[in-house]
Design a protein around this ligand. Structure first.
Ligand SMILES: O=C([O-])CC(=O)C(=O)O
Ligand SMILES: [Mg+2]
Length: 216
């Protein structure tokens, strides 16, 4: 993948595949069981929002939650990718938020409906610049942090993922062809919580990448 701008990979990337409950403590904090296989959902690429723009609270949402996540940017198209070859398909990494209308998600969960609206609304995927593989040599052991108005809310490590990055790429690619520019969101560590209008979110991957978004 040659591009390092978000606009470019938004053009290239056809999908965002997100993984739910990939950290035990996060599954527990929302009263959910620890999954025995990855829980997958899709976010549309229209959910991307880049730095300099604001996160918007979607209509009727009374509880918009932050979820900081490590994103994997696919660099080479493939399906039926083995865990051993997974690294060949990684083009880089990216810091992202999986903004979630928690009340709308809870309502959908109760009715057995999909999470699409709660997870896929415009601006639900704030995203940073692509990080090269060289700049993140150890993605499976890096700190993911998030502050709201300067106060730390999330501070987890990717070593606590239930399903590893190679496993996720292999598992997802059994079902969905992963195309260049697609992004896999690998799930959020514990500490999720609400944000309100006017709040400022700072998040980062260790000291390697960080960004700031305001909620409007
Ligand atoms: O909404 C949830 O809790 C599932 C999810 O996206 C995550 O664990 O990152
Ligand atoms: Mg998430």
């Amino acid at each position: 993948m040659t591009s390092n701008t978000v606009l470019k990979f938004r053009e290239l990337g056809k999908k965002i595949v997100a993984v739910g409950r990939n950290y035990k403590e996060h599954a527990a904090e929302l009263g959910n069981a620890v999954p025995t296989k990855p829980i997958l959902f899709l976010k549309p690429t229209t959910s991307y929002v880049t730095q300099g723009h604001n996160i918007k609270i979607p209509p009727s949402c009374k509880s918009l939650h932050h979820e900081v996540e490590l994103g994997i940017v696919i660099g080479k198209t493939g399906s039926q990718i083995t865990e051993e070859r997974a690294g060949d398909h990684i083009g880089g990494y990216v810091l992202a938020l999986d903004m979630t209308a928690r009340d709308l998600q809870d309502e959908a969960k109760k009715k057995g409906h999909p999470w699409t609206l709660a997870k896929g609304f415009d601006t639900s995927c704030p995203i940073g610049d692509v990080i090269s593989k060289e700049n993140l040599p150890n993605p499976g052991n890096v700190q993911l942090w998030l502050k709201v108005n300067g106060e730390t809310k999330q501070d987890g490590n990717t070593k606590d993922m239930i399903f590893s990055i190679p496993f996720l790429i292999s598992y997802i690619s059994k079902y969905f062809t992963l195309e260049e520019g697609d992004v896999i969101l690998t799930g959020t560590p514990s500490g999720v919580g609400p944000v309100d209008k006017g709040d400022v979110i700072d998040a980062g991957i260790g000291e390697i990448s960080s960004f700031r978004f305001k909620v409007e």
